[in-house]
Design a protein around this ligand. Structure first.
Ligand code: TPP
Ligand code: SF4
Length: 482
């Protein structure tokens, strides 16, 4: 039993003003999660902070693993061993986990596995703004997307209930705006059941996909997706609402943070719309979507980043021979490139809908008068990395050499006044980029930087490679003590 001291562990009925990330943790508590693993990264890091606070009281085992792949493999395997499990990571973390992530849907996981993905449109704190909804398609894994803190909690519980019932992995995709928003969350009952663990290596096709055993495993994954499609088409996590008074001016299909921003924008413009809000974003509730489009005729598909929903919808319309409707998305739009980039803030959507619905935009005049200076992030005052960069700069300026970056606070060495670390791909890329540059410029001194966490996360293979293949570069391992 919980001692109920921590606000996340209070019994229902109860409402608490909490962060979206805390809401995920509450969802774990309510759904009886036993194992949670992660590698930190914005926007999901606070989930780990909160879990670490409640491990003893809640009985949830939690670890920050060496990297996302390791974290995924541990949580998924615990789920195979009957323990309800979860793993969370940031957007680019899924690239690291991908090698095992794409296998997950083929395995029977009696405990149930929920993967929380924190995408970062903007980006606020990432080296790109990749749209991880594509991974649902690649991995044949169902994906759901909450639109506020309450839904973050509720959707986690929903995901785990089906993950457990259908013995499979489910992804909850979130974004920075959902993870980092604070909202009033109504708690539900806590599942406190004991779990009997076990392992059957031959369960439903087993767990070793070889060319000879792959077909039934992949078939299982695809059949599970069909069950999710039926669930989506039954109306699960789907809401249709009429926004504003009077005749709806347009139909809108949206999900996640874009839903909240859409409503705020329509309110500002005094516009009316029919809104179809999706909770299950893969596989899509296509029957409901097509019905909505036929009823509304002109429909705006509003999604941040890639035209993920739009492309699937247009394909279905084509397949069904439906031509008497107008779909407004990103494809064929004049601002195609712009529409693919960054978040859909309320101000942006006000601008978008004002043009679309031919209404005056009340925001432009107000905001254009404010000239806000740009501020880039800086290393903390007294950060030890400053000294390392200073030393490297003195040497490399003298020798006319280059330094390669890696990922961490020390990526900021690139900025003034240090200007160190001139090439960056992803975590652990520093030593291989130094090796590659040395092949291109054999007479130029090349060095790279790596922090301690990145060292263990992904840098070690590159370092081993450099030693084995005798790449003549210098590595500075930098650990900051403030
Ligand atoms: C694949 C991936 N996972 C997580 C992150 C988020 N992240 C960026 S740097 C970092 C930790 C870096 O720590 P360290 O190498 O010790 O450098 P420091 O920031 O302490 O200077 C994390 C978790 C990321 N960018 N990419
Ligand atoms: S490494 Fe530590 S001290 Fe340095 S910038 Fe990052 S958080 Fe600040």
């Amino acid at each position: 039993m919980y001692s109920k001291r921590h606000p996340i562990l209070k019994d229902a009925p109860h409402k608490e003003l909490i962060l979206g990330n805390d809401a995920f943790v509450r969802g774990m508590v309510e759904s009886g999660v036993k194992i949670a693993t992660a590698y930190p990264g914005s926007p999901t890091s606070e989930i780990g902070v909160r879990l670490a606070e409640i491990t003893e009281e809640s009985g949830i085992y939690f670890e920050f693993s060496t990297n996302e792949k390791v974290a995924t493999e541990i949580a998924a395997t615990a789920a195979i061993g009957l323990l309800p499990s979860t793993v969370f990571m940031k957007s680019v973390g899924l690239n690291v986990a991908a090698d095992s992530f794409v296998q997950l849907s083929m395995y029977t996981m009696p405990g149930g596995l929920v993967v929380i993905l924190g995408d970062d449109p903007g980006p606020h704190s990432s080296q790109n703004e990749q749209d991880n909804r594509h991974y649902a398609k690649i991995g044949h894994i169902p994906m759901i997307e909450p639109a506020n803190a309450q839904e973050a909690k509720d959707y986690f519980v929903f995901a785990m209930s089906y993950a457990n019932k259908w013995k499979m992995p489910v992804v909850v995709r979130s974004t920075t705006r959902i993870c980092h928003q604070t909202g009033l969350v109504e708690y539900g009952p806590i599942k406190n059941t004991e779990v009997k663990t076990g392992y059957d290596p031959n369960l439903e096709g087993g767990y070793v996909p070889l060319p000879a055993t792959l077909k039934p495993l992949k078939t299982k994954a695809l059949l599970n997706l069909q069950k999710w499609e039926d669930l989506a088409n039954s109306g699960a996590l789907l809401t249709e609402e009429k926004f504003g008074d009077g005749k709806p001016e347009i139909g809108i299909i949206t999900a996640g943070h874009a839903y909240a921003a859409t409503k705020a924008a329509l309110r500002i413009l005094g516009a009316t719309a029919n809104i179809l809000k999706l909770g299950i974003i893969y596989p899509l509730p296509m029957k409901k979507i097509i019905k909505f489009i036929k009823e509304n005729k002109t429909v705006k598909i509003l999604e941040e980043l890639d035209p993920f929903i739009e492309e699937q919808v247009k394909m279905t319309l084509f397949e069904e021979g439906i031509t008497d409707v107008r779909i407004i998305g990103k494809h064929k739009e004049q601002e195609y490139v712009d529409l693919m980039i960054s978040e859909y803030t309320t101000a942006r959507l006000v601008d978008m809908f004002s043009k679309l619905l031919d209404k005056p935009n009340p925001i432009i005049t107000a905001s254009s008068k404010i000239d806000i200076p740009k501020r880039s992030p800086v290393l903390c005052p007294g950060c030890g990395h400053r000294t390392s960069f200073h030393a490297a700069k003195i040497v490399l300026d003298k020798l006319k050499g280059y330094s390669m970056a890696d990922i961490g606070c020390y990526s900021l060495g690139y900025l003034d006044p240090h200007n160190q670390g001139t090439l960056l791909y992803s975590m652990g890329s520093g030593v291989p980029t130094a090796a590659g540059m040395k092949l291109a410029l054999p007479d130029t001194p090349i060095m790279s930087f790596v922090g301690d966490s990145t060292f263990f996360h992904a840098a070690m293979p590159g370092i081993v490679n450099a030693v084995f293949n005798k790449h003549r570069t210098v590595l500075m391992v930098i650990i900051s003590f403030r």
